[in-house]
Design a protein around this ligand. Sequence first.
Ligand SMILES: [Zn+2]
Length: 97
Amino acid sequence: MRQNMKTKNKIPMRQCTGCREMKNKKEMMRILKTPENEITLDTTGRKNGRGAYLCVSMDCFEKAVKNHGIERSLKTAVPDEVYEELKKELENIEKCQ
Ligand SMILES: [Zn+2]
């Protein structure tokens, strides 16, 4: 099912590491590996570093944990405590919406 992608305003699309759908990157958050090798949640998309994209959704986050999509994207191991931190941050974000 390919659709004609010729649109006037090209929207940058990124693939969610959880559900694997392509979405507007502005609607997504990034999980970022900083140059200091820290893994952090980047909700603005403006920080530097290697990022894994994810829908702002706990479902997608959990899928990405299970399928190791974040680790694959960042090309690094993600410790459990980092996942826990990201999960807490995501819970806060979901509450604010
Ligand atoms: Zn998703």
